[in-house]
Design a protein around this ligand. Structure first.
Ligand SMILES: [Zn+2]
Length: 215
């Protein structure tokens, strides 16, 4: 992919859209912007709607491309057919099962179940039964694996939820010493637009400001 440059003429630095989206840039339908550069250029635009559109664009293009390129290298193909792409789209948009699944999640599932898919593929290849051998190469193999993955969405979700609860538990034991626990004492720096001075504010002060002490 060519470098994407920020459309704000005062910036022009590279924009790197993240996947999953970190809400740090905007695609306006033609050009890319850093979020701050967009805000400065269009102070009155509703940012949330633009971020939403950008998120959809990234999901439909960048995430889709990374899934495609994984499939091409993993299944040794120079390209993917329209009908296979349509099948993938149908899974993503929830018309195969009742669940929608993002391109990124589908890619994660291909990676997560990689060994199982490879074992099954080797088994079909060794079977010497023509109908099974056919499904162990190229696009027929991808289709076979997509069907397998479609039936494993619940298993994958449960495993991910379990991993997350384990990680939360581990981080809870560490959290007392983690710097994330003391954000209130951090100083916040910002520039006062009218004076041009840099103001350092202790966030603890601003917390107190919001509490009504009049009683
Ligand atoms: Zn910029």
């Amino acid at each position: 992919m060519p470098k994407l440059l920020c459309a704000n003429p005062l910036c022009g630095d590279e924009v790197i859209p993240s996947s999953p989206f970190k809400h740090d840039c905007i695609f306006d339908g033609r050009k890319w912007w850093h979020l701050d550069c967009f805000k400065k250029t269009f102070p009155n635009k509703r940012i949330d709607r633009w971020l939403e559109k950008t998120e959809t664009y990234i999901s439909d293009n960048i995430e889709k491309e990374s899934l495609y390129s994984y499939l091409k290298s993993e299944y040794d193909l120079s390209g993917l057919s329209i009908s296979l792409k349509n099948k993938i789209d149908a899974i993503v948009h929830g018309s195969v099962s009742d669940q929608k699944i993002s391109y990124t999640k589908l890619l994660d599932m291909f990676k997560y179940f990689h060994n199982q898919l490879a074992d099954s593929r080797d088994y079909r290849r060794r079977s010497n039964i023509e109908g099974m051998v056919v499904t162990s190469y190229g696009e027929p193999c991808i289709r076979y694996d997509l069907n397998t993955l479609s039936s494993k969405i619940n298993e994958y979700d449960m495993k991910m939820a379990f991993n997350k609860s384990q990680a939360d538990q581990n981080s809870r034991t560490l959290s007392l010493t983690s710097p994330d626990m003391i954000p209130f004492y951090k100083e916040q720096q910002y520039k006062d637009m009218s004076s041009g001075k840099t103001i350092v504010q202790n966030m603890m002060d601003s917390m107190w400001d919001e509490i009504d002490c009049s009683e």
